[in-house]
Design a protein around this ligand. Structure first.
Ligand code: GLU
Length: 471
């Protein structure tokens, strides 16, 4: 049988880290088994669902590269089908109308609590005889089996057993006729031919109810895999106060999507002691059985480390494609100005943890910086620096073949001529052309900045130093 998995977010916000990990596990499982991955939008809660959230989820999936074979399928377009199933269950005596008022239910729960019992519906309308009370819009409840147990053979958690006595007759249609979550999920997983339901373990308690409804419909349940939650460093469930929650914030902060995926897959799953995985490796090695049962803790440092690992492994062109977006955020269009973004990326990646950092620290390759780093200028624009820069200007202006090797020779020649050690020449030069005292090797830096900009910046530095020295 062809494997079919799904990701079924409720569109009530952006795609967050936890949702993305659930989506990734479902996606990986489908891809590993040559199956299908379906995106389903669970938007029946009309009050809380928004089109902006649907878009935000699609945007997140798209950025991560979690492509789906079917969907997005909106539950709101399947209302007729849910109604049909609710009517069938009513007709077959597997569901019933419940007329109990809110006041009665509240009082009942209060009493149960006072007796130290778990609040649950007492089943009054299950046995109701005679005509229905007038003027009440009833809800529909599913007749949950009253005996026996539901055994969930969970692909992640192992065997989990629920006593039917613990499960009351849940509402499958509200008094306005709209279906509830447990009903829509069952109908969809069935109609969409899901073989594996991989989702957060906050849904584990729903699973026996869903299995009972499926059985009432004469169907076999799929295989379930419940993924444990993600905790913040303080051991509490991951939330906004722990920092960025939306996947797209990681985009903005300069992470590569493959690094985020790598981080998410390792959050609760392992394959030996391998840390860095490319997508193909994740697909190859992923096993539901190897997903941890315990919750995992989010760790930003590790995500940064993985991002750097992926930046180092990327083809420069691939890195450049992502870097261009961050350069664009700084108002730089690498297609129009400066050296190739791929070369800049390759040159700077060792010293940057994110693409945003890389773009910011490499902006000088593309456009003039505004001011010198104050400390750097103070330290290196003094003593023999002015003379060195003037010599460099003259010699560099005469270079025709603007490449690192030749440029490096020019810098060396100036050192020899002025009898200065390399740093005495290279550091003022670096401050002059980059504004700071940190950059890749000076010859490569000059090559990438280019002839015109190098000479203009040397001229500017010379003027600056002269004005500092009182003109
Ligand atoms: N819509 C549910 C949620 O966002 C997921 C339901 C499921 O995966 O079964 O939590």
């Amino acid at each position: 049988m062809k494997v079919r998995t799904r990701f079924a977010p409720s569109p009530t916000g952006f795609l967050h880290i936890g949702g993305a990990r659930t989506a990734l596990f479902s996606w990986l499982f489908a891809r590993k088994h040559g199956g299908d991955f379906v995106l389903r939008i669970e938007d029946t809660d009309i009050q809380r669902s928004t089109i902006e959230s649907v878009n935000a989820i699609l945007e997140g999936m798209n950025w991560l590269g979690l492509d789906y074979d079917e969907g997005p399928i909106h539950q709101t377009e399947r209302m007729g089908r849910y109604k049909e199933v609710i009517e069938r269950l009513l007709d077959e005596g597997k569901a019933y109308y419940c007329y109990c008022s809110k006041e009665r239910l509240d009082a009942m729960r209060e009493e149960q609590r006072a007796r130290g019992e778990k609040p649950r519906y007492d089943g009054r309308c299950r046995h109701r005889k005679g005509p229905p009370p007038a003027g009440v819009d009833p809800v529909v409840r599913f007749k949950n089996p009253q005996e026996g147990e539901v055994v969930v053979e969970d692909a992640v958690r192992g065997t989990v057993t629920f006593a039917n006595q613990e499960l009351d007759d849940l509402i499958i249609a509200r008094s306005d006729g709209t279906p509830t979550y447990n009903l829509t999920v069952v109908v969809d997983d069935l109609d969409m031919g899901m073989t594996h339901v991989i989702r957060g373990d906050d849904h584990l308690n729903n699973t026996p109810r869903q299995i009972n409804i499926l059985r009432a419909l004469g169907e076999q349940p799929p295989i379930y895999g419940h993924v444990p939650m993600i905790l913040g460093p303080d051991g509490k469930r991951l939330s906004k106060r722990h920092g960025a929650m939306s996947v797209m914030e990681y985009h903005n902060e300069g992470f590569l999507p493959e690094a985020v995926l790598n981080y998410l897959v390792r959050l609760g799953w392992s394959h030996g002691d391998q840390e860095v995985f490319d997508l193909d490796e994740m697909v190859e090695h992923f096993e539901l059985e190897a997903v941890n049962r315990a919750a995992s803790t989010f760790n930003t440092e590790k995500l940064l480390w993985l991002n750097q690992q992926h930046m180092m492994r990327s083809r420069p062109e691939h890195l450049a494609r992502h870097l261009s977006w961050h350069l664009g955020n700084l108002g730089i269009d690498p297609e129009r100005e400066g050296p190739s973004a791929a070369r800049v990326a390759e040159t700077l990646r060792e010293r940057s943890k994110t693409l945003k950092e890389l773009a910011e620290s490499g902006a000088y390759f593309f456009r003039d910086f505004e001011a010198y780093d104050e400390k750097a200028a103070k330290k290196h624009f003094r003593g023999p620096a002015l003379n060195a820069l003037e010599h460099l200007y003259e010699r560099l202006a005469a270079v025709e073949d603007w490449q690192a090797g030749i440029l490096g020779d020019v810098v060396k020649a100036v050192c020899e001529e002025l009898e200065l050690k390399m740093p005495k020449v290279a550091l003022p030069l670096r401050v002059a052309v980059t504004g700071t005292s940190f950059s890749p090797s000076i010859d490569l830096t000059l090559e990438l900045i280019g002839r015109e900009k190098t000479l203009a910046r040397l001229g500017r530095a010379i003027d600056f130093m002269k004005s500092q020295q009182g003109g």
